[in-house]
Design a protein around this ligand. Sequence first.
Ligand code: SF4
Length: 462
Amino acid sequence: MSLSQSIDFDLDLINRYNTAGPRYTSYPTAVQFHEGFGAERYAEIARETNASGRPLSLYFHIPFCDTVCFYCACNKVVTKDRTKAKPYLDRLYKEMAMQGALFDKNRPVTQLHWGGGTPTFISHDEMTELMGKTAEHFGLLDDDTGEYSIEIDPREVDDSTLGLLRKLGFNRISLGVQDFDEKVQKSVNRVQSESLVLGVLEEARSLGFRSTSVDLIYGLPHQDRKTFGDTIEKIIKVDPARISVFNYAHLPDRFKPQRRIEEEALPSPGEKLAMLQQTIQQLTEAGYVYIGMDHFAKPDDELAVAQRDHTLYRNFQGYSTHSNCDLVGLGSTSVGVVGNSYSQNHHDLEKYFQCIDDGKLAVFRGVELDADDVLRRDVITRLICHFELAFEDVEKVHGIKFTDYFARELKELKPMEDDGLLKVSGNTITVQPAGRLLIRNICMTFDRYLREATEQRFSRVI
Ligand code: SF4
């Protein structure tokens, strides 16, 4: 393992730097999206990107779930009524026709993702139709070289689902597992047996899915080091290429389903940190490398290879190996990253339907990046993906003198350097093993909007 992929768990530092901050799946973050940016400007920018010939990445949001998980913070519609999918998919096809007309058909779709909600909520016929319609409007690859992935709820899979998905062109799955402990599962209303989950993973492998990814959550009711440690051990045995371990944030005022979580049964902050520390130890001992934020991967997985080669990228779906794409968001809530802009569709299904029925794109807000945003996004992406940044590389792309442009930021990094989180030597910033879990704090130094918000707060107080 290279130095840049090793990780130190320093409890004292973690406690000291434990502040809330963005996860930087975008920069500027969604807080900066505004309704002054709408469908017309989005369409202009989309057409302009055709000159680049860049590949496309497509994201489809399927918002339905059969039952609610109490920890959920996603945008979804909980219903047992499967007929609800059809009117939604009809709008999605119309949106696809409008979006598809903006982009040259010869731009290859190197990345495609179905997320939710629960993408496997829709029927097999609907899955086939959705992929078929996509091929009518976009240049899908048919040689299995793309990164085509889907989020799987193991409870929504029957004997033929995975085979069908593979046939439709998917070659990666991510599986929501969370925890195998029955008491924990019951307390969050997501009961799925271990044999079901392990069966799905094994079947995916035998069908030739290239990468299997498992999502776990720590910080749920009734969890402790013992229960969570057992879950990790069982997952390690089935050997998925990627494992994500998310921290449950209990915010019942913001997310209604979380009000049904038994607060007294939540682990203490100290126990949560102990679970995290134990998880890191278990996974690294089993040969996984820490990619960053909540993600671990096998050393030969594309993500780990891309991190070593400095080609790793981060977007709304997490880490990715496809940096040079325009991301087209389809469906309610979806976010697009096209040219130097972010754009988002209506969350509300009624509003989304109304726009599409009126023959308009459903983009209701977004932001265009200026040169400073593009530069800072590049700096944050390099740090969060590679834990290393050579001033020269940034200077070449953006035509600035790094030490002049970021003089203030470099000064602000000094206390973190003294704490051993990073090293600034010569013309390079290198995040140290103790700083890798705190990468958000390092990135926050380069976030102009956070600084402006802090300055405004202070001036108000004074
Ligand atoms: S966690 Fe996923 S499956 Fe559960 S309610 Fe939320 S979106 Fe649906």
